[in-house]
Design a protein around this ligand. Sequence first.
Ligand SMILES: Cc1cc2nc3c(=O)[nH]c(=O)nc-3n(C[C@H](O)[C@H](O)[C@H](O)COP(=O)(O)OP(=O)(O)OC[C@H]3O[C@@H](n4cnc5c(N)ncnc54)[C@H](O)[C@@H]3O)c2cc1C
Length: 380
Amino acid sequence: MPGVHPEILIVGAGVVGLTTALKLAERGVSVTLLDRQLVGREASWAGAGMLPPGNPANAVTPEARLRSYSHGLWPEFAADLADRTGIDTGYHICGAIEVCSLDEQVEFRQHDSQWQAEGIRVDRISAHEIQHHVADMDARFENAIFLPDFAQVRNPRYLKALKAACLQSGVEIMEHVHALDVRQKDDRISEVRVGARTLQFDRICFAVGAWSASLLQPLGFSIPVKPVRGQIVQLQLPAQPFRCVIELGRRYLVPRRDGLILIGSTEEDAGFAKHTTTKGVAGLLEFAKSLVPSLAHAEVVHTWAGLRPGSPDELPLLGPVPGFSNVFIGAGHFRSGLQMSPATGTILADLMLGEPPPISLDGLDADRFSSQSAAPRAGC
Ligand SMILES: Cc1cc2nc3c(=O)[nH]c(=O)nc-3n(C[C@H](O)[C@H](O)[C@H](O)COP(=O)(O)OP(=O)(O)OC[C@H]3O[C@@H](n4cnc5c(N)ncnc54)[C@H](O)[C@@H]3O)c2cc1C
C-alpha cells in the first residue's frame, strides 16, 4: 500500500500488542490499541523478564532466528524507551549460570552444545568459579556454564514505558473494553463495535495471548494456543546477594538490583485459573533453598501467577490469519514473549504494512498447525 497509511486496530495490550502498536505508530500509522482491562496486566506483567542471548549469524531454527533478532534489538530499544519516556525498564546484562542435577547431565550437555553451535559466548565454569558468581551456592554443583550476554528487564516497568511511548507516538489506547462485536464481511474484518462506538480500520491484529483460541474460533480459525500457568515467588533481601540469573532445567532465580529475587516457575495445565497454590509456592521455595541455602531465611514479599500463551511447539504464530485478507495474529510466545517482543512488534508492523519481514518466518507462520482451518463464517 505505497504512500497510504492504513488505520490499524490491535486487540490485546500485552507486550505483543504494545510493541506492535509502537512500531506502527513510529511509521506514522494511525493505531488504536484496546484491551478488556488495564494495559499489560496479564502474562507480560507476570513474567520474570529473562532475556537469553542469541547470534543471528548461526541461528538456524525458527526459535533461534527470532530470539537472535530480538537480542540484537534490545539494547537500543531499551535505551530509546528510557530517553523518550524517562522510564528505566531495568534492562541490563546480568549474565546467567546454568547448573544441572546429576540426573540431567545428558540434557545439560546437549543444551551446552546448542549454545556452542549458535556461537554464543559460553564459559564452562568450575565449582570454585560458581562460588565466585554466587557465594552461597550449594556445594553439590561441581560444574556449570556461564552465559555472559544473558540480560533481564523489569517487565512492569517495561510495560509502563511501552504504554507511555505509545501514547507519545499518538496511539489511541482504550482500556476496560469488554464488548467486542466483530463485523466480518467476506474475507475482511473492518468494523468492531465497542459499546456505542464503532471502530473502523483497514487491518486488525489479534494479540490476545492465552485467550487467542476463544477470540479466533468464532471467526472460523482454530488455533491451538492454550494457557500454561506459571507461579512466581518474590523474596526480598537487604541487598542483591548475587548478580546473575541462575537456571536449573526450566526453573530459575532472577535477582533484581534492589535485593528482590524472583523464584520461577511452575508449568501447569490449569485452564484459566490464574492463582497460586500452596503446593506451587512451597515447591518454588524448596527449589530456591536447594540452590542457595541462605535464601531459606529471606522474606517472601509477594506471590503471583500468570498464563503463558502456549502453542504445541512452544513458538509464536505470527502473520496473516488464513482465510482473511486483513486479519493478523501475534500469539503463542509461551516462555519467551518478553525476550522476543521487540522483534515481534517489528515483524508484525512490517507484515501489516505489506513489507518483507527482516527474518525468515518459516516455522512461525500462523497456519502451520491448521492445514484445514475452517472457512471464515460470514457476519459473526
Ligand atoms: C510466570 C511467567 C514467567 C515468564 N518469564 C518470562 C521470561 O523470563 N522471559 C520471557 O521472555 N517471557 C517470559 N514469560 C512469557 C511472557 O510473559 C509471555 O510470552 C508474553 O507476556 C506474552 O505476551 P502477550 O502480549 O502475547 O500476552 P499477554 O501479556 O497475556 O497479553 C494479552 C492481552 O490480551 C488481553 N485480552 C485478552 N482477551 C481479550 C479480549 N477479548 N478483548 C480485549 N483484550 C483481551 C489481555 O487482557 C492481555 O492484556 C513468562 C510468563 C509467565 C507467566
